[in-house]
Design a protein around this ligand. Structure first.
Ligand SMILES: NC(=O)c1ccc[n+]([C@@H]2O[C@H](COP(=O)([O-])OP(=O)(O)OC[C@H]3O[C@@H](n4cnc5c(N)ncnc54)[C@H](OP(=O)(O)O)[C@@H]3O)[C@@H](O)[C@H]2O)c1
Length: 316
């Protein structure tokens, strides 16, 4: 499998397993099956509320000798309620304890949005901090300290636009090594991809299949990426599934990709996407797909109750 290469030469396997919405009770096996099938990269987050079970799946695989810790690449994310300097280390230590690991390979600031300690999802104005209360630079300083202390090998961000990345790039010290954002043919984000590439920031594509299991009622009329006819025709041509075409699309752009599945067959199917080469005509057809859509639209963080605006998250 292709690897992406960090500035210090460390490798990131380009295809990993997503774990958002994978329920405790399902995800332990999913992680085990993934490692057994050959995945070496697992994407986690404290807010997914399943890191203990993910940790059990990893521990099972290590105990059974399927893999060595040094050959796994484990990512997790700092939740919005732990952005103050003094809250970053305890949040990372909780994640490490849940995952049963001594250190992470990559720790990301999950969103450029801060809540007060203990708030899962803020619903009232008083549950938020503003950028004046807790500047992103404060959080980033604490992230750098975790890397220096060896609790994580690499640090990065998620859901950061050009402006927010630029704030961190202007600081002294460690620059973000990764930006994990929503990326798929309905949202190729060419400008952000170019900006990250010019600044030596690797990227990871989340919701690569259009996140069909996160459709709340208000999203039920969203376009369906996996059913799109351009994607289906390419899948037919290569005798693969629509999901595999979408995963191969990210790999063709040298962007890491983390499809979520708790189903053993689909976990294996998705891994085989790394063997598919899309040809220039496929890529042209996907570039001209004619649908523009963001599935994870940030509205949950930016309603009238919030001091944050959509422009704090996404370039327009
Ligand atoms: N940084 C962030 O803010 C952020 C936001 C969103 C997601 N993420 C990360 O990115 C990962 C992936 O994104 P996502 O979970 O939103 O959605 P996704 O990977 O686009 O889609 C997952 C859904 O697709 C199904 N699926 C998996 N493989 C399939 C295949 N080959 N064919 C058809 N259906 C398939 C899964 O069902 P089964 O499980 O039943 O197979 C699940 O319903 C997350 O799990 C998380 O780790 C990060």
């Amino acid at each position: 499998m292709k690897n992406l290469i960090f500035r210090n030469g460390d490798k990131l396997p380009i295809l990993g397993l997503g774990t958002w919405k994978s329920k405790p009770g399902e995800v332990r096996k999913a992680v085990y099956w993934a490692i057994e099938a050959g995945y070496r990269h697992i994407d986690c987050a404290a807010i997914y509320q399943n890191e203990r079970e993910v940790g059990q799946g990893i521990a099972d695989a290590l105990a059974d000798g399927l893999v060595k810790r040094k050959d796994l690449f484990i990512t997790s994310k700092l939740w919005n309620d732990s952005h103050r300097h003094e809250d970053v280390k305890p949040a990372l230590e909780k994640t490490l304890s849940d995952l049963r690991l001594d250190n992470l390979d990559l720790y990301l600031v999950h969103w450029p949005i801060a809540f007060k300690p203990g708030v899962g999802f803020a619903t009232h104005r008083e549950e938020y901090y503003t950028y004046q209360d807790v500047p992103l630079t404060q959080t980033w300083e604490a992230m750098q300290e975790q890397k220096s202390a060896g609790l994580t090998k690499h640090i990065g961000v998620s859901n950061f636009n050009k402006q927010k990345l630029s704030e961190l790039l202007a600081m002294d010290g460690e620059q973000p090594e990764m930006n994990q954002v929503e990326l798929h043919p309905f949202l190729p984000q060419e400008k952000l991809v170019k900006f990250c590439s010019e600044n030596g920031i690797l990227m990871t594509a989340y919701s690569p299949l259009g996140s069909p299991d996160s459709r709340a009622e208000r999203h039920k009329n969203d376009p369906r990426l996996l059913d799109n006819t351009v994607v289906s025709e390419i899948a037919k041509k290569h005798e693969v599934s629509a999901g595999q075409v979408l995963i191969a699309w990210s790999i063709s752009r040298d962007i890491a990709v983390i499809p979520k599945s708790i189903n053993q067959e689909r976990i294996i199917e998705n891994l085989k996407s790394a063997e598919i080469t899309l040809d220039p005509r496929d890529l042209e057809a996907l570039a001209a797909i004619g649908v523009s859509h963001r599935f994870v639209d940030g509205s949950i963080f930016t309603g009238p109750q919030s001091p944050y605006k959509l422009t704090d998250l996404f370039d327009q």
